[in-house]
Design a binder for this molecule. Sequence first.
Ligand SMILES: Nc1ncnc2c1ncn2[C@@H]1O[C@H](COP(=O)(O)OP(=O)(O)O)[C@@H](O)[C@H]1O
Ligand SMILES: N[C@@H](CCOP(=O)(O)O)C(=O)O
Length: 306
Amino acid sequence: MNRAAGAFTVRAPASSANLGPGFDSLGLSVPLHTTLRVTPQATTEIVPLGEELRDTPADESNYLYRAMELAARRAGQPLPPARIEIETEVPLARGLGSSAAALVAGIVAGNELLGRPLDQETVLDVAAREEGHPDNVAPALFGGIVVATLDKLGTHYVRLDPPAHLGVTVLIPDFELSTSKARAVLPKEYSRADAVHALSHAALLAAALSVGRLDLLRHAMQDYIHQVWRAPLVPGLSDILEHAHRHGALGAALSGAGPTVLCFHDQREPTERLHTYLRDVLHRSGLTGRVLDLPIDTQGTVVTPA
Ligand SMILES: Nc1ncnc2c1ncn2[C@@H]1O[C@H](COP(=O)(O)OP(=O)(O)O)[C@@H](O)[C@H]1O
Ligand SMILES: N[C@@H](CCOP(=O)(O)O)C(=O)O
């Protein structure tokens, strides 16, 4: 079907990947958004707006525009020209999936502009192949908590609604850490013992999240695949992984590749104690940053007429 698109808006959420042992395979979505306003017109114009996007290119080399072209390439159609305004609330290179939000927003916008030739499964596959792992793009597209694999045969996933009362507290330090730098410090190979530890904890975590066993999160979130190697890049991380539960966290993990750290909390309990502890860790580590409580987003990427 080819439908001439009018102006429309695409909103894609941030995401927190891994959740400890679910490296490259488990993530959740949080309501900080990257928004595109797309207005079909005779020429292409890329307009990044706001302080966070001050260094992103205002031309067709922009990551978001390249994502739109990925949709056109998979559909085998040329991308119609449009004015594309880009805004984001997702801090860049902090482990909150800004690149995944941009990629998903761009692919969905490209698909919309073309009259939706791609179904949602194909949009996910294009995004996961581009990013190289599905753990940010799947929750950015579908919302909620997503368990996903990417292999030669395709991208397969299960989306979970968040368990009742499960909230997220994030500590976002004021420094950037690119995902590529934080992937470069990981070993190329792991022992069988490390593999068994990782897969048993990731499986337990996915099962605990699917049945709402919040009491299991702390134990299930143990990880030796990536956090231990990344800890030197994220001052305070080891302290939080070891001690956050004493200050009200149900579990803690490096968010994506960092430097943001995620703690789960019970939304029925106050989080002041956890905030005070996290700010104290930040201060003791000689850093500045912010601590935020967020719900888990359940909407994923949304397209609305402008
Ligand atoms: N809205 C956006 N527009 C253009 N480029 C973006 C946007 N969001 C993210 N990016 C690109 O993605 C990079 C950050 O990606 P990455 O290192 O994977 O960190 P993360 O995805 O954890 O924020 C940014 O430096 C920028 O190049
Ligand atoms: N599984 C990836 C997740 C990267 O997430 P980001 O939000 O830091 O881009 C990894 O751990 O490298």
